[in-house]
Write a protein that binds this ligand. Sequence first.
Ligand code: NAD
Length: 358
Amino acid sequence: MKVLAILYDGGKAAREEPRLLGTVENELGLREFLESRGHEFIVSSDKDGPDSFFEKHIVDAEVLITTPFHPGYLTADLVEKAKELKICITAGVGSDHIDLDAAVTKKIQVLEVSGSNVVSVAEHVVMSILLLVRNFVPAHEMIERGDWQVSEIARNAFDLEGKVVGTIGAGRIGYRVLQRLLPFDCKELLYYDYAPLPADAAKAVRARRVEDLKEFVSQCDLVTVNCPLHDGTRGLVNAELLKHFKKGAWLVNTARGAICDKDAVAAAVKSGQLNGYAGDVWNVQPAPKDHVWRQMKNPLGGGNGMTPHYSGTTLDAQARYAAGTKSILQNFFTGKEQEPGNVIVGLGKYETKAYGQH
Ligand code: NAD
């Protein structure tokens, strides 16, 4: 079979660090596994536009492997052209870069390595919460500049203790965030999700569900976004919803950039309606050099905790999603049943409730 993988360029780092498995150089460690079984394996980072490697080879590839970190966008148009495609595997978690409805129609299966990086992301969320609340980034920048003016930092630094924190989405990542926040003695932990947590799981993290989104955000000092991107969440955090946030709330989004309206978030940070925004996901990746989220600042010159998309691609996570990708391939080649939790789209239907209510 022809197996096409779109991965990110690792360059010097990947040549020096073989555990950077999710790179073009290290090919998820799959080459020998695939070639020894007689499959053709082609790998590239060149993914955008009609002349790209991706668009050239998708027409007769039978297996597509992508990652959310450098997404090969499989649009409905490309699904139409991908006449031989049988399975899309996301090496990681989050398959919104695949047109899932088109995959349902064309009976192309879509699988991801569920759970492979959920701890990695939950840790990044907790770090981002702390760096915003404690005003860490401007404090560090001050030190690098050679300055020392404690009051300039302390005037916008707080404790997480006593704050109300809420997650939009309480699935694998959202729940792990709640678990990790428990020892911080927040005033309350809230969640908003159409799928309620089992009663004992909610009790274990002392989380209260709020069913109305506006009411939910109006109660939170900090909101973290941990749901997939789909039709029901694209642009969910927009100018209208931001008006219902507490003045000076913080927002952390490591789920998908397009869940938050880019310009509305930048305007809210600039005006101080949001005291800060942090995360690692962008509406287009790689993010253009002039993307407004790179430079946005609150009125006191802080409140930006943006990084490139790497929370779910720690070396620990890469080992897990590379192994998970191999096991999905093995099941596919041998006709063995896939782990049910990994199947997003089965043959002609959604197998998960996480990508909207179908
Ligand atoms: P999951 O499927 O375990 O949980 C998702 C939860 O979101 C579910 O409980 C679902 O009911 C809920 N949800 C869906 N639509 C919703 C809506 N409209 N409002 C409220 N809740 C909604 O998924 P997960 O493993 O927790 O991952 C969540 C997302 O995080 C992924 O889909 C991906 O986009 C993102 N992610 C990012 C990285 C990264 O590196 N930054 C890594 C992994 C995952």
